[in-house]
Ligand binder design. Structure first.
Ligand SMILES: Cc1cc2nc3c(=O)[nH]c(=O)nc-3n(C[C@H](O)[C@H](O)[C@H](O)COP(=O)(O)OP(=O)(O)OC[C@H]3O[C@@H](n4cnc5c(N)ncnc54)[C@H](O)[C@@H]3O)c2cc1C
Length: 401
């Protein structure tokens, strides 16, 4: 039987333990480092330690949900780098291939994801298809055994690092918008794929516009049936919201330490010293964030476990995303305020997190959209008016509705 000490015995030979000095970025904020994540994944793939619930043949270890939880909690004692560059493959494409992919597709793509050898990106959003994702216009036309893709994607995180993309395309414009979509895998170095990086206000340039001009994709790289793209997309998005791939990075504490590193950092800054005045307010705020953070973590864990045991996470992922984002923002803003004027400098305490924080409410579906999902699917409130739902997509595109 798998025990915490057994896991430690295996991991001690592979990874470094966290110390009070360990500091890690999360969500790729301000860091373009691929090497640490790649080394970590290469070290853990043999034992299937990073994606334990995946089949052992594909870089996992066939673990149950309970075993996976135990491994996750022990992994927090080790230096697990920021896996942001690898997160689409690990957290979204991998589970989608396990749910919808063929045996050949699983064989080809899963292990290189688990080992960090191949990076993936997610080509969903377009200039006119963000919150209204089903409005995707990038077209795929069948030509014998291949498909020819053309159109534009935008906000494609990690595109310039990626070998592969999971790409939502319109295969039948005569069908209503959700029905004429199909999911493909596209090679980012294919002829006709042009990646143009965009710079964000935190100085990151790891998301891009992608222009696709008559790129050829084999029918063997179609994920799911023709016309089933929306179903595959929902699997991917619900995993994204549930944060199933988010293990790694962040502010964990070393084993036995009860103080998370972000609070230790605030204390070291002298920001919590004074028992009266603004420092007391900060102490209260830090404790309130800590409590909300723990509740959010457990909820996110529950949503991720649901995802692992039941295949596809439900609306719980939307609640988990809202709480995780709120917690990230409050921590970032508190840390940055505590640094005073120095917090305005690029290397100031909490600066990178503060200028990264607004994007958290947009990526993976905006806060407003998550609230709509909770309103409709959890609270049972009346749905939004959806006039274009049942008409051919080509008609709704003409603005006739
Ligand atoms: C850092 C970052 C990384 C990203 N990475 C990726 C990626 O890798 N791949 C990818 O495909 N996409 C990615 N995205 C895109 C992201 O999913 C979209 O930006 C997001 O879904 C919102 O779409 P939009 O930008 O078109 O805004 P819009 O949909 O135009 O929304 C504009 C505003 O209107 C609000 N709104 C829209 N519809 C409703 C409604 N029905 N009810 C209430 N309010 C509404 C929105 O909440 C928002 O405030 C990324 C975005 C960011 C910021």
């Amino acid at each position: 039987m798998l025990t915490a000490d057994g896991i430690r015995a295996a991991l001690d030979g592979l990874l470094e333990r966290r110390t009070d000095q360990t500091r890690l970025t999360s969500m790729g904020a301000g860091s373009d480092d691929l090497d640490d994540g790649r080394a970590y994944l290469a070290a853990t793939v043999e034992g299937g330690w990073h994606v334990p619930t995946w089949p052992s043949a594909h870089g996992g270890r066939d673990a149950s949900v309970a075993e996976n939880q135990l491994i996750g909690s022990v992994l927090r004692e080790y230096v697990v780098p920021d896996l942001y560059p690898f997160a689409i493959g690990l957290g979204m494409v991998g589970p989608a291939l396990l749910a919808h992919g063929t045996a050949e597709q699983q064989e080809r793509w899963l292990r290189p994801i688990a080992s960090g050898a191949e990076i993936w990106c997610q080509m969903f959003s377009e200039p006119e298809a963000g919150s209204d994702l089903a409005n995707v216009a990038l077209s795929a036309e069948r030509d014998g055994d291949v498909w020819r893709l053309g159109g534009q994607k935008t906000w494609t995180s990690r595109a310039m690092w990626s070998k592969w993309a999971i790409c939502l395309a319109r295969t039948d414009p005569e069908q209503p918008k959700h029905k004429g979509l199909t999911m493909f895998v596209i090679a980012m170095d294919a002829h006709g794929v042009d990646v143009r990086p965009l710079r964000q206000m935190n100085n990151d340039a790891h998301f891009s516009e992608v222009f696709v001009d008559d790129a050829v994709v084999s029918d063997a790289w179609r994920v799911g049936d023709v016309g089933e793209g929306w179903r595959v997309a929902m699997t991917i998005l619900s995993h994204e919201r549930a944060g199933a791939g988010s293990r790694g990075g962040g502010d964990g504490a070393k084993r036995g330490s009860r103080v998370p590193t972000w609070i230790a950092d605030l204390a070291a800054l002298g920001a919590l010293d004074d028992p009266v005045g603004s420092h007391t307010v900060r102490r209260d705020e830090a404790m309130s964030i800590y409590a909300a953070d723990m509740a959010s973590r457990w909820t996110a864990q529950r949503a991720a476990d649901e995802a692992r045991s039941g295949g596809s996470p439900g609306p719980a992922g939307s609640g988990a995303k809202l709480r995780t984002v709120s917690s990230y923002k409050r921590r970032a803003f508190l840390a940055n305020r505590a640094a005073g004027a120095a917090g305005m400098l690029e290397d100031g305490h909490g600066y990178i997190e503060t200028v990264t924080a607004p994007s958290m409410s947009i990526r993976g579906g905006t806060d407003e959209i998550q609230r709509n999902i909770l309103g409709e699917r959890v609270l049972g409130l009346p749905g939004e008016p959806r006039l274009d739902r049942d008409v051919p997509w080509r008609e709704s595109r003409k603005g006739l509705l």
